[in-house]
Design a protein around this ligand. Sequence first.
Ligand code: FAD
Ligand code: MLT
Ligand code: ZN
Length: 475
Amino acid sequence: LTSERYRVRRLPFSRLSPQDVAFFQCLLPGRALTEPAALEPCNVDWLRSVRGSSTLLLKPQTTAEVSQVLRYCSERNLAVNPQGGNTGLVGGSVPVFDEIILSTVLMNRIISFDTVSGILVCQAGCILERLNEYLEQQGFIMPLDLGAKGSCHIGGNVATNAGGLRLLRYGSLRGTVLGLEVVLADGTVLDCLASLRKDNTGYDLKQLFIGSEGTLGVITAVSILCPQKPKAVNLAFLGCQNFSQVLETFTTCRAMLGEILSAYEFMDEKCMELVEKHLKLSCPVRDSHFYVLIETSGSNSTHDEEKLNSFLEQAMTSGLVTDGTVATDDKKIKMLWSLRERITEALTHDGCVYKYDISLPVGKLYDLVTDMRARLGQSAKNVVGYGHLGDGNLHLNITAESYSHSLLDAIEPFVYEWTARYNGSISAEHGLGFKKKQFIQYSKPSEAIFLMQRFKAMLDPKGILNPYKTLPSSS
Ligand code: FAD
Ligand code: MLT
Ligand code: ZN
C-alpha cells in the first residue's frame, strides 16, 4: 500500500535468505525475530499511515553487535531500517519494503552520570521519560521533553533532532549533545562519545548524525548535557481572543519574565474542542479562540510567583488575556500540560491526519492555518493550528474521515509553496523521513541537497541505511 500511494520502487538490494536469518539468529540468540506478531508493530508507524513488510527484527544489546550486523548487511547488500521508539511522524521509522528492522529497544543502559558537570552518557535505546526520572532523583532533568516521552528513545531523538517543549529554554540537541557513538554502514564504530563542554579539534562530526534520520549511521550511545531540575515551576494557561493577542502576550511575557520563561506554547479553539471531545479532558479556562501555555522554571518560588503575578496583572488589565488559570502543584501542572501535549493523540481519533510541521516568521504563523481552512472548506473535517510559538514552529494538522488523494493534492504543494514564500522551513522538528523527502527543495538550495547526497554516498556507498528516506533519489 505504501509503495502504491507514494509511487516508489524497491531498489536492488539482496533478498533475505534462510542463511542470512541463520547468521543473525546465531549472532543474536533469541533476539533475531521472524514471527509476524513481533514484526507487526514495528512495520507500521505511530500514525498508522505507512506500512512496511519486513520479515526480520533484530534487537542488539551492544555496539559490537550493531557493528557485526551492519558489516554483514553491507557485505550482503541488505537494507536496514534503524528504529527507536517508533514515534516518528514522517514515516522514517518503518521500512518501506522488506528492510531489516534494527531496533535499539534492548540498548537501554545508563553508562554514567556526572553530578558535577550534569553530563549523562547512555545507550541509544534509553526511553526519554526513564532518563528524566533517573535524573530527577539526582536533581537534574533532560534538556528535552516531548509528548512521546514514554516511548521515544534518546537515540531516536538525536536521529531526528527532536525539538519539543523545552527547546525555548535549553536550546536544541545540536547544543546539548556533547558526543555520539555511531556505527557506520560498513560496521565501523565511530567513537566520538566526548563528555566535554568544549572541543574544537577538527570538524564536529557528531552534527552530521544529529537529524540524519538513520541514513548515515546507527547511533549507539549519546553523551548529553543536562540542566539542574528547577526548584520552582509555575504554569499559566490563558485564553486570548485573537492571534495578535497571542503574539503580544508572548512579547510581554518574554520582557516581564525574562530568564525564568521556559515554555510558550499555543493551541487554537479547534484543538481544544478535539481534546475535550475525544479524550474527555476539560479546559478550566472560559471559551476562547486561542489558548497559551506559559511555563516558568526558576530557583526561587517567591521571586518567580511575584514576576508571574505582575505579568498576569498586566496581561489581564490591558485586555490581552480574557481568562486564565495558574498552577504550582504537580498534579494541576500535569493536567494543564496534557491539554497541549495530547493534541497529537486527539487528532488521530478524527480518522486520517495530514501533518505539517512548519517554521515561519512568528507574525505569519497562523495565517497559514486561516488560508488553508479557507482553501479546503468542507473537504476537510478539521484544520487546526498549535505548536511551539516561542520557537516560531507551527503544527498545522488537517483531518478527514479517511485518506484521499484529492484532499492531499489540495494541500500539497500549496502548503510548501506558501512556506517557501516566507522563507520558512517545511520541517521544523519532525524531519523529512519518507513522506517529505521529495519536498526538501522548498527549504534547501540544490547545491545543499547535492552536498548532502555526496555525504550520503561517502558514508553509505551501497545506500543500505534507511533507503527511500530523507533525501530525494539522485537520479
Ligand atoms: P523512531 O520513530 O523510531 O525513529 C525516528 C527516525 O530516527 C527514523 O528515521 C529512524 O530510522 C531514526 N532512528 C531511530 N533511532 C535511531 C538510532 N539509534 N540511530 C540512527 N537512526 C535512528 N518530535 C519533536 O521534535 N517534538 C515534539 O514535540 C514531538 N512530540 C511528539 C508527540 C507525540 C505524541 C508523538 C507520537 C511524536 C512526537 N514527536 C515530536 C515525534 C517523535 O517523537 C520524535 O521524532 C522522536 O524523536 C522519535 O524518537 P523515536 O525513538 O520514536 O524514533
Ligand atoms: C507536538 O508539538 O505536539 C509534536 O511535535 C507532535 C505533533 O506535531 O503533533
Ligand atoms: Zn512539536
